[in-house]
Design a protein around this ligand. Sequence first.
Ligand code: ADP
Length: 182
Amino acid sequence: MVILGRQGSGKGTQCAHLVGQYGCVHVSTGDMLRAAREEGTELGIAAGELMDAGELVPDDIMNGIVAERLQKDDVLSRGVLLDGFPRTPDQAEALEAMLGDGGLTLAVNLDVAVEVVTSRMVERGRADDTPEGIARRLELYEAQTAPLLEWFGDRGILEVVDGVGEEDDVFSRLRSVIDPLV
Ligand code: ADP
């Protein structure tokens, strides 16, 4: 499954609960890029500059990274929870090609309004959570990622879950849309 939602919508927090509940593998492209940066790989250094500026890493690079990750044994045996990917229409098309027919079961949009996510991000203070970085990432989300909601909707696999409220309540809402499918 894929989890979508604005920056600061609580995807990371809920993904940890979902992995505990369903035993799937959490693949977060943001985490993968941050790990590459820590390791100081060529990709990590280039991606780090884009991340700091709030810009996206180019589609062909992201598609390659994810395609490689999805071939690993853990994903093949346990299934995957994708977080941060796809983020553009090109990535969505690439994902569909990687997974093949019926490979995508569900896309959940963890819905939280722009004003709410902005104040949450200001509070968490991650390195790329500068006022400019936040504004730029949200702008790209509306332009590039929000259209994917319709893309998943057209495929009949989109569920929208209200992401405002207590962590446990949000998790219960997620379970109520996922449980019927597992
Ligand atoms: P956020 O959703 O708060 O931006 P992430 O951890 O998902 O946090 O991503 C951090 C940064 O990593 C993004 O701003 C972007 O630069 C890069 N990134 C992550 N996933 C992708 C992706 N699928 N395509 C392009 N860039 C990505």
